[in-house]
Write a protein that binds this ligand. Structure first.
Ligand code: ADP
Length: 465
């Protein structure tokens, strides 16, 4: 099949979070299955980067460049020139973003002509690409392809004062947008896209059910629940070439399920680097996260005093985002420097080390569309303690020491009691070496690779053709 992905992020070219990893992972896995996949994203000021060549193209009112990667195992990548809307950052967080992503939607329908290539599927990701299905549907019999809109997080919808449409949009767009996506003087890109796409997907089955309810739908639950069987949850995969304890270039020692001694060396190295006091019998709990309300890190800061008093756990936290949360974490770490280390920032290398070296990883999200960090942790034999929501619920099964089944600790309530129960339960397992070995073996045996997920997308695409 010919698939054109339309999106704002693509790893490693433009990444602020899990979206970039997901589009790259899915794209590569589809190419590996023989599909002709191409990706369109805006040309941000930092692209394409030193030493990379561009080939220019023109179609209609838009100008594109293809990145000459020479990589036949990956999709071909096209960048839309943004001209006066170019900015250094991936998001400007003002009306210019509306302009950029309106332009992206319109350009996606013109790119195939420039390429003399016909996509079967336009696969659009998140609110940034959500107007592509709107324009495609409005084209009627001249439509370019069937459309799939994937929701990576309905907490981000692209809401702007509606006058951005006069400023940036082709005239047919306003009339093509569903009236309820234009309510209250605003335009809601994601709502418009959910109405217009042939199929809507999201990144886990549980999240697909949750977002039909007021608690998780963020105001879109009405339109999402009308989609019935055309709203589908497909779990994201992991790129095991990047996240592999046997070869990870960010690590100074490598291990697998049959030889865990190097993992213990890494634990000593992590403790030494962060100033934590931890020997082999000290449980080290890692957290790698955006500091955003969604992630429940305020529950961690509220639970920490009790956990530090009543357990032997030691915490290695890496996060960036909310300034107030960062300052609470900084002061807890200052009070108990041998038990809590907080690194404020985005650090890919330290993230790999924390997943590899820790005993546990804590993911207490209030909601989590899919979540990648719990799957990375499993690969490194690090046991996830997660809240039962979204993709966390779909990937982590609460361990049962009696039967030996399960791969982590799962708690239900997003509060201090729930989180503390989840962590204490796992710490109990940690203290029994036979039980813990079984749990680690289960974790490392799990396979969440993209290869397993791609057939779901193939069936979905085929159902539209
Ligand atoms: P989200 O996309 O909502 O942030 P995911 O779990 O889907 O959550 O993906 C987060 C990705 O970003 C993971 O690859 C994780 O390792 C990475 N990450 C998050 N925060 C940091 C950080 N402070 N430093 C390094 N990597 C981070």
């Amino acid at each position: 099949m010919n698939v054109l992905m339309v999106c704002s992020e693509l790893a490693p070219w433009a990444k602020t979070g899990g979206l970039a990893d997901a589009v790259t992972g899915l794209g590569n896995a589809l190419v590996a299955r023989g599909h002709d996949v191409r990706v369109l994203l805006p040309r941000y000021a930092h692209l394409p980067g030193a030493g990379v060549r561009l080939r220019r193209l023109r179609a209609g009112r838009h100008r594109f460049s293809e990145i000459e990667t020479g990589d036949r195992a990956a999709p071909r990548i096209y960048l839309l020139e943004l001209d006066e809307l170019t900015a250094e950052s991936i998001y400007t967080a003002d009306a210019r973003d509306a302009g950029r992503f309106i332009r992206l939607a319109a350009a996606a329908l013109e790119l195939p002509t420039a390429l003399k290539w016909r996509p079967d599927i336009l696969h659009c990701h998140d609110w940034h690409a959500a107007l592509t299905p709107v324009l495609n549907r409005a084209a009627g019999s001249a439509r370019v392809a069937r459309t799939v809109l994937t929701l990576h997080n309905v907490g981000y919808q692209g809401v702007f004062a509606a006058d951005v449409l006069e400023q940036y949009a082709p005239p047919q767009l306003r009339t093509a947008i569903a009236p309820d996506a234009l309510a209250g003087g605003d335009v809601n890109f994601l709502r418009a896209g959910v109405h217009a796409a042939d199929i809507v997907t999201t990144v886990s089955p549980t999240y697909a059910a949750e977002i039909r309810t007021p608690q998780f739908g963020m105001g879109l639950e009405d339109v999402l629940s009308t989609r019935g069987a055309t709203l589908v949850g497909i779990l994201n995969g992991v790129d095991y070439d990047v996240w592999d304890p046997r070869t990870d270039p960010f690590l100074t020692a490598h291990f697998d399920a049959t030889n865990l001694a190097p993992k213990r060396q890494l634990k000593s190295a992590l403790a030494a680097r962060l100033g934590l006091q931890a020997d082999a019998t000290t449980p080290v709990v890692g957290i790698v996260t955006r500091l955003a309300p969604q992630k429940g890190i305020d529950l961690v800061t509220a639970a920490l005093p009790g956990l530090l008093r009543e357990t032997r756990a030691t915490f290695a936290v890496l996060g960036s985002g909310d300034v107030a949360l960062a300052s609470v974490l900084t002061s807890i770490a200052r009070e108990q420097p041998t038990r809590v280390a907080f690194t404020d920032g985005y650090d890919e290398a330290l993230a790999h080390l924390i997943f590899a070296a820790g005993d546990l990883t804590l993911v207490p999200s209030r909601y989590e569309p899919c979540g990648l960090t719990q799957m990375y942790a499993l690969r490194y034999g690090t046991i996830p303690v997660v809240r039962a929501t979204g993709g966390l619920a779909d990937t982590i099964e609460h361990f049962d020491p009696a039967s030996g089944a399960g791969n982590g600790s799962v708690f239900r309530d997003a509060d201090v009691g729930g989180l503390s129960w989840g962590l204490r339960t796992a710490l109990g397992w940690f203290d029994d070496r036979a039980v813990w070995s079984r749990l680690v073996a289960n974790a490392m045996a799990a396979d969440f690779s993209w290869r397993n997920q791609v057939p779901h997308y193939e069936r979905l695409y085929a159902s539209l053709l």
